[in-house]
Design a protein around this ligand. Structure first.
Ligand SMILES: N[C@@H](CCC(=O)N[C@@H](CS)C(=O)NCC(=O)O)C(=O)O
Ligand SMILES: *[C@@H]1O[C@H](CO)[C@@H](O)[C@H](O)[C@H]1NC(C)=O
Length: 220
């Protein structure tokens, strides 16, 4: 009885409409066709709701996203995505072929470890007045590495012709780059992939412009 309740309950995503890491998880749920509930955590309001005592029990790292599913509380978007993929295998977000799988993880790690953390809200708040230049610098530095990697791995999508975790990481990072006014014309492969991916329904419905907590003036 208890177990079936846990398994039937919808996952709950604690996130923020324009957090790129929350968007990653929203794309994964959408690609898998999994219904979930969203509980907004406003990163700006009240000095940052991610810093509250209550939120701390969900993610002691004080960042979004945090996900409650299958009786688990999980944070770290890539761990969440891989858990979803391992428990709900269709459509696959990590290729079966170990070489392609490694490439998907490589691209994902470039973004999730090598770019996003350096331009995250808390980091740029600490940087102070130079925050925009700081974020631009590290996004450019990352994209300069990512562009040639993608040139080698990409087919229709980041790795070959199957949508994967790498695509889930790429699109929200491009959105961040545009917020910081990075000149995207330097990265034609990234641009081309973004253009193809944003047409896909799972990427559209999970976009920051149409979430429950999106402010009216930013709604599309
Ligand atoms: N590695 C973490 C990163 C999480 C993260 O950086 N979250 C950002 C939003 S994308 C955040 O909560 N920032 C709030 C803050 O820095 O105070 C993940 O992939 O989930
Ligand atoms: C990525 O796609 C979105 C949606 O079409 C678009 O608004 C944005 O300008 C694109 N970014 C780049 C760098 O092409």
């Amino acid at each position: 009885m208890r177990l079936s309740c846990i398994l039937l309950a919808k996952p709950i995503l604690h996130g923020y409409y324009r957090s790129s890491c929350s968007w990653r998880v929203r794309i994964a749920f959408a690609l898998k066709g999994i219904e979930y509930e969203q509980v907004p955590v406003n990163l700006i309001k009240d000095g940052g709701q991610q810093l509250s005592k209550e939120y701390n029990t969900l993610n002691p790292m004080r960042q979004v996203p945090a996900v409650e599913m299958d009786g688990l509380i999980l944070s770290q978007s890539l761990a969440v995505i891989q858990y979803i993929d391992e428990t709900r295998p269709e459509p696959r977000l990590l290729p079966l072929d170990p070489k392609k799988r490694a490439q998907v993880r490589m691209i994902s790690d470039v973004i999730a470890s090598g770019i996003q953390p350096l331009q995250n809200l808390h980091v740029i708040q600490k940087v102070g007045a130079e925050k925009v230049q700081w974020a631009q610098y590290f996004i450019n530095r990352g994209f300069e590495g990512l562009e040639p990697l993608l040139k080698q791995t990409a087919g229709k999508y980041c790795v070959g012709d199957e949508i994967s975790m790498a695509d889930i990481c790429l699109v929200p990072q491009v959105y961040n780059a545009e917020r910081f006014k990075v000149d995207m014309s330097l990265y034609p492969t990234i641009q081309r992939l973004n253009k193809t991916l944003v047409e896909i329904e799972a990427f559209r419905e999970s976009h920051p412009s149409c979430q429950p907590d999106t402010p009216d003036e930013l709604r599309a």
